[in-house]
Design a protein. Structure first.
Lengths: 514, 514
């Protein structure tokens, strides 16, 4: 079958037009959900096209519902710290001594989202995916470490809540990483059932209730010891129960366990009246252990390699399951990484072709692999590089689930609705992107142009312009060649900031501690 | 269709065994062609397996010949300075603002050779491909610049000569870059017909006969002026005729012209008695011009981007042509790059995920993209990363053309016969690799391990060990972790050097000047 590599449109001209239109624009005129200010510039500019696209998508979704008798199932698979280029279908895989044949097959059967962007680290990306909002809006801007009282505010509306409200069965398995208080946990945030851990790597396991572990011996100074919860099992309306401690032994099996629970959930919900929403926050990659069945299996010779192969295998089995159950054609599966590689763990770390890694707003930190798969709906053999952001999957899932009305209207939602891009191959609606670095705006992207908003440089603040097509590693600053874009970039940031004044950021929520 | 990403075998153990066996081994015991010493260690080790593989391949080739009534056609497409990661199917393409849908389709329909290696620059890779020998053996170790008398010695045996002898019609179109004397040119080196230039980029066109050009005005100091030949047309046994000068105008069309000649050659030889061998040494990418039809077409906004798209289009059309003519199933097409990106041209340059670029023996210089395509023979949807070197295509083409007896026996041929790897999916036979940097051994590769043979480091010469699976950018030296490999690496180099003593390098050939 022919590969369609969608041609990107040149956005530089669009960009100039956006800047112009922005001067005429008044924030917040659209009905329903409230998006960020630059979105409305695009909405206005593309009004006719988008209306047409929306009609097509509405018809498509209606005819799918008629055919299958319910709304589509939605599966999000989120991995941990896997960098762009790590898949075989992105030049990695066997080249890294960690083949990814099943993910490559998934890409081959669907749409390889080579223009996908996350937030720069774990907690922020998880907030963004759950709420469709940049973490800065909820105050949850940094990775939560054990003992930190930050957490996902009960007032936030998660995609699980939105889809539950619309009649979905919902489940979350894996790494939650959004707070230590029970009110921040998945079963309090819209998921019917869940098996989860608060953190990823066994690196947190310096001390666990009832057991002291780490590196198989106890060399943790006592004053650093802290109790960390292990695997938690919970159902909506109930209390979470710790079913296993967090240590290097239990951690070997966590990926397998959450995968098995995912498959079980899929099977139990195949013939039910409700469509289902599954969020598998995979443990891959956690660096410190290998499942005994995978230990030493990777030619790379690392836990990282073993875990990539284990995860790849499970993803393949999940897709197989959907096929075997005959529900693949009514199920959207999105596989994505939460941020770039954590090089601090080298050689137990992922790798990326770009500069930077986890915690950076350089491409290496936020430009990460993703795949969308939906046999019979998403055309196979597509490689695309138009920009799409993790927040977009919140809004897009709401759309596909017929739940756009469930999106709160009293706050800004950053996620742009991308169902036409995913399902019908029309251009991505994301022509701008804000990359936050913790609470600060780290970089702004428009088309192929990216401006890093670094501190002052002798009267030239934010001088670090890059053309990421010509210079994917952001090594050659082109401030002088980008002087024409200075003010238009400033305009977009101003619009964004003005909307923040109208919808101020939430004060960081302080979670109850367990 | 399912993607098969072939799992690499762990070579570290094999490597230890090689080192052991090498002590027992006497160079040069095999009959026929003379390969490098470490090859015979592998031949002995894998004797049974290889014998079985060879039988299978011989049967396959015999049944193909029976079916098609002649030997398979062979097409080599060699590009210029395209780095690993530049294809859409390697994470580049549209991500770089230069989509490569047809090359991605080619990869999808065949075998993406993600473990392919070239020599580190233009002339050396071209010598290597033509002769199956590392350039050091022929003395042609560096890029030939205008006025340099170095050239491909008439005594060298090219793959065109080998295949001509076996009954092939042969043609070469594009960039030759192997000398300025007519005796070094393609029609003197085994090709029946040819249209070629001596160099690639218009950067050489400071002055051409009858016309002075460069950047549309003459700012070349007179003492730097030198006459450079333009496009040459020739047939075996005849004299070459310059049909166009080398300048920025003519250069815009050179890629199209050589592509058209390639298609014409294919068509004329479709129904002939002879199988054909076509070597299209594409002009992509030459940096300084765009064909008017492609000017400004790439979102990247560079000549590089335009040329990538133009080249991609032509490759697709060549494959279409083979399909339309009904000869695709009897034609092996190999697409490959000659070395990594020439960053000196930035932003008019390719890019790679690896460290280094053209002229380096770092991965960025020598680990380059390649694809093998042969519908019905090479399985589709394969991504593989086992190592294969450009010299191997000399020997493999000889095998496929039934011309192994045409390989000279009085000199070392570095190319390893890889038809079973390509056509039957068995492991690559290349477990070692020598990377020459000009006349010096720059690095040695065994399995995932690479040792740079850099100068002395306080008594630790050649200390730069890398594990390229864990560290594809060669940034984290692991000398201490590789102490166990010190002597085995030395052993392999010793074997290699001992074979050189027996078969000394050719004195650099001095070409007649035009």
């Amino acid at each position: 079958m022919a590969i369609t590599e969608r041609a990107s449109t040149s956005l530089s001209l669009n960009f100039k037009r956006i800047a112009l239109i922005s001067l005429l624009f008044v924030v917040g005129t659209a009905s329903g959900a409230q998006f960020d200010a630059p979105y409305y510039v695009l909405e206005k500019k593309h009004a006719e096209t988008w209306e047409q696209e929306n009609k097509t998508i509405n018809n498509k979704l209606a005819s799918l519902e008629k055919k299958h008798g319910k709304k589509p199932n939605i599966i999000f698979i989120l991995t941990d710290d896997i960098g762009y280029g790590e898949l075989g279908s992105q030049g990695g895989g066997a080249v890294r001594g960690a083949p990814t044949p099943r993910l490559d097959q998934m890409a081959n059967e669907g749409l390889l989202l080579n223009g996908f962007y996350s937030e720069p680290s774990c907690t922020p990306t998880r907030v963004a995916l759950m709420t469709g909002r940049h973490p800065v809006r909820t105050g949850l801007t940094d990775v939560i470490f054990p003992g930190n009282p930050a957490g996902l505010a009960p007032e936030e509306v998660t995609i699980a809540e939105v889809l539950s409200e619309a009649g979905y069965a919902t489940a979350m398995y894996g790494k939650w990483h959004l707070g230590e208080g029970e009110e921040t946990w998945p079963h309090s945030q819209g998921f019917d059932e869940t098996l989860f851990g608060l953190y990823n790597a066994a690196v947190w396991a310096w001390e666990t209730p009832g057991e002291t572990v780490m590196w198989k011996d106890d060399h943790t100074p006592e004053m650093f010891n802290r109790s960390v919860l292990g695997t938690l099992d919970a159902r909506k309306g109930g209390k979470a129960k710790e079913v296993a401690p967090l240590n290097l032994e239990t951690y070997k099996y966590f990926e397998e366990e959450t995968y098995k629970r995912s498959v079980d959930f899929i099977k139990r919900n195949t013939n039910g009246e409700k469509p289902f929403f599954l969020y598998w926050a995979s443990n891959a990659v956690s660096y410190f252990t290998s499942h005994p069945d995978w230990e030493g299996k990777s030619p790379q010779g690392t836990h990282f390699g073993d875990q990539m192969m284990e995860h790849d295998h499970y993803v393949g089995k999940i897709l197989d399951t959907l096929q075997e159950l005959g529900i693949a054609e009514n199920t959207l599966v999105v596989w994505m990484s939460d941020n770039g590689p954590m090089y601090d763990m080298f050689p137990e770390s992922s790798y990326t072709a770009f500069r930077g890694g986890k915690s950076d707003v350089l491409e290496g930190g936020v430009h990460v692999p993703a795949i969308a798969w939906w046999p019979g709906v998403i055309q196979p053999n597509q490689i695309d590089a138009e920009t799409i952001h993790v927040v977009d999957f919140f809004t897009t899932a709401a759309k596909i689930g017929g739940a756009m009305d469930g999106i709160p209207t009293d706050r800004i939602v950053d996620g742009i609705e991308q169902s036409s891009y995913l399902l019908a191959g029309t251009p991505s609606r994301r022509e701008y992107m804000f990359h936050y670095s913790g609470p600060k705006l780290g970089a702004v992207r428009v088309g192929q142009f990216k401006r890093h908003m670094a501190g002052g440089h002798g009267g030239l603040p934010g001088k670090a312009f890059f053309d990421v097509y010509k210079d994917p590693r952001e090594e050659h600053g082109v401030m002088v060649q980008m002087l024409w874009a200075w003010v238009p970039f400033d305009d977009i940031v101003s619009m964004h900031n003005k909307a923040i004044e109208e919808y101020p950021h939430r004060k960081p929520y302080q979670s109850k501690m367990h």
